[in-house]
Design a binder for this molecule. Structure first.
Ligand code: ADP
Ligand code: MG
Length: 291
């Protein structure tokens, strides 16, 4: 099982959209996946709409035992292959700063437990951790549990500074808690490819972070909101705009699964050459603005 944390400093940049886009790509690929909703706003849980559970991630973070996990995980409305570790607004209370004790490791313990003894049949190949909009304790516990971390940003003025802080947080957790943690990349969301300002900000990001910036950004498209409004995976939304975005999420998923070999729960796969990263410049001129 590979565990990827999806994070950013701010709300509204597209963490949940990216987490669900990757889950949608996983569904299309037949990759059994767990989405853990760490955001007290619970948007991932709302969209994936699992049946009522009498426990949530709050209980798992308090007591990371198998019996609690069983009560806090349910199949999404999308498919039996995409499960949800359900969020709750009570998570807010766990995000406050405090002594980083045992609890910071509890999500990691819970995922270890799922790896050791899979729930309901097939083991998960992927766990996606949808983080809240801060680098508080919830995001930290996601980074402690993760094999890799994906930073989401918009192409705006403070994008470089924000991504830098997120990378520093990743480094700190790697040094102090989780030596296997790797930054998977920085993905630019809500991109308007014809906007000179956006091109400038993307160039700035590439200058600072080089190939860590994902070669393809996610365009700003109404289709994303429409699919989310209908609780539908983006891969099943039938418009040219949605299909183009779906392809981008396929690429992100492929990158995550390639990095699997470096994960803490290794899957034995034949060696695959690392795909050379293109540049955002390479893809920007081809991206269109249709929805
Ligand atoms: N690429 C995009 N194009 C259009 N709307 C988007 C895009 N990405 C996100 N959104 C919309 O922006 C809002 C915030 O996105 P969300 O994924 O919930 O952000 P976060 O999880 O970082 O708070 C949502 O209404 C979502 O539908
Ligand atoms: Mg969110």
């Amino acid at each position: 099982m590979h565990t990827v944390a999806v994070l950013s400093l701010k709300g509204g940049v597209g963490k949940t959209t990216v987490a669900l886009g990757i889950a949608s790509a996983a569904l299309r690929r037949g990759t059994r996946t767990l989405v853990a909703d760490l955001d007290p706003q619970g948007n991932a849980t709302s969209t994936l709409d699992p049946p009522y559970t009498d426990a949530s991630l709050v209980d798992v973070l308090e007591t990371p035992h198998r019996a609690v996990l069983e009560r806090a995980i349910a199949a999404s409305v999308w498919s039996d292959d995409i499960d949800v570790l359900v969020g709750s607004e009570e998570l807010e209370a766990l995000n406050e700063p405090g002594p980083d004790g045992r609890r910071l490791e509890n999500l990691s313990r819970a995922l270890d437990e799922l790896h050791r003894l899979p729930l309901r049949g097939e083991p998960y190949e992927l766990a996606i951790l949808d983080c809240p909009p801060s680098l508080g304790r919830l995001t930290k516990s996601a980074l402690v549990a993760a094999d890799s971390a994906l930073i989401v940003t918009e192409p705006t003025m403070y994008a470089v500074a924000g991504a830098q802080r997120a990378l520093e947080a990743i480094e700190k957790i790697r040094d102090e808690h989780n030596p296997g943690l790797r930054p998977l990349g920085v993905i630019v969301n809500k991109l308007r490819p014809r906007s000179y300002e956006h091109q400038f900000r993307v160039a700035e990001l590439r200058e600072s972070f080089g190939s860590l910036v994902m070669p393809t950004g996610i365009p700003d498209r109404l289709a994303i909101q429409q699919a989310q409004g209908a609780c539908s995976p983006i891969h099943e939304w039938n418009s040219p705009g949605a299909q183009e975005i779906a392809l981008t999420f396929n690429m992100v998923l492929a990158k995550i699964l390639r990095s699997n070999r470096a994960g803490r729960h290794r899957v034995n796969e034949p060696d695959e050459p690392e795909q050379a990263s293109g540049t955002l410049h390479d893809v920007l001129p081809n991206a269109s603005q249709k929805t």
